[in-house]
Design a protein around this ligand. Structure first.
Ligand code: AMP
Ligand code: ZN
Ligand code: FE
Ligand code: FE
Length: 276
């Protein structure tokens, strides 16, 4: 394989993936990827291990994170890339966001109890994750395992999806604030999976807030949809990124390298950062 590829959206067991950073990098190497980004929800804990293993296996690992933000009750994910790992405002904010996640998880569990589901303990949720970034996917898996719903999808439809019975929002920040936080930490901000979020009308404002790119290449997304977002990157002078959003066994609809970009995108990301 001569083509050099990069998968810029991967989760580990530091958020709601199931693999260790080392396992992720090994799999990326086996897939022939030249570069990856670890983009766990609200934590950087997996990045250093991945960088170290990447150095020994010849896979470039760039720093990443996936932040949640809220606009009128809609969950909008912002990816951050290429920031430094020490001494930045992101680190302080992440510990606040993580305590918010713990509190929210307790609320969701209490809500489930009030709905008659009283066999899920906080420790069973937190036992699935190596940081405090506990999330809905962890809870959804328990709902399936314990026979309360037939599938993960059903867990979200019935209980955990936006507006469903046991849904609670996370730490509240606007997409614009999430973008500023990443920029103030020396990184690039990219709108994650806009085809899932479907809030295209907000993109113009996000560009004004400093947005650097749009995740145009994403699993299970038609070429027409990718083209639509590629056109927006041209219109606004943004980077077009992409990645698999792999979660290990946590999600069967995608896997490492299912969606990717050419390695030159990583170079263009670094150039954009250097020029800013
Ligand atoms: P949280 O960060 O706790 O709000 O959880 C969000 C995560 O839940 C997403 O990043 C996905 O990994 C997962 N998720 C959201 N909706 C679904 C769904 N319908 N099926 C499976 N996983 C989902
Ligand atoms: Zn996730
Ligand atoms: Fe996401
Ligand atoms: Fe993700």
């Amino acid at each position: 394989m001569s083509e050099r590829r990069a998968d810029l959206h991967i989760h580990t067991y530091y958020s709601d993936g199931t693999q260790s950073p080392a396992e992720v990098v090994s799999e990326a190497a086996a897939c022939g990827l030249a570069a990856i980004a670890i983009t766990d929800h609200d934590t950087l804990d997996g990045v250093s291990e991945a960088v170290a293993v990447g150095q020994s296996l010849g896979v470039e690992v760039i720093t990443g994170v996936e932040l949640s933000s809220d606009f009128s009750g809609k969950d909008i994910h912002i990816l951050g890339y290429l920031f430094g790992l020490s001494d930045n405002p992101l680190l302080e904010k992440l510990s606040l966001i993580q305590s918010g996640r713990v509190e929210r998880m307790r609320k969701m569990i209490d809500k489930l109890i009030s709905l008659g589901i009283n066999d899920i303990a906080f420790d069973e949720v937190s036992g699935q994750v190596r940081s405090d970034a506990v999330g809905r996917l962890h809870l959804a898996k328990l709902l399936v395992q314990k026979g309360h719903v037939a599938s993960l999808d059903m867990a979200f439809t019935r209980y955990l999806g936006e507006g469903a019975q046991a849904y609670f929002p996370k730490y509240q920040q606007t997409p614009y604030e999430a973008i500023r936080l990443i920029k103030d930490s020396g990184g690039l901000a990219v709108l994650a999976h806009p085809m899932l979020t479907r809030k295209d009308e907000l993109i113009r404002g996000m560009v004004s807030a400093g947005l650097d790119g749009i995740e145009c290449y994403y699993p299970n997304c038609s070429p027409a949809v990718t083209d639509f977002y590629l056109n927006l990157t041209t219109k606004y002078g943004l980077l077009a990124t992409g990645g698999s959003d792999a979660h290990g066994r946590g999600k069967t609809s995608t896997w490492i390298s299912k969606a990717y970009v050419d390695f030159s995108v990583v170079e263009r990301m670094k150039q954009r950062l250097a020029a800013s």
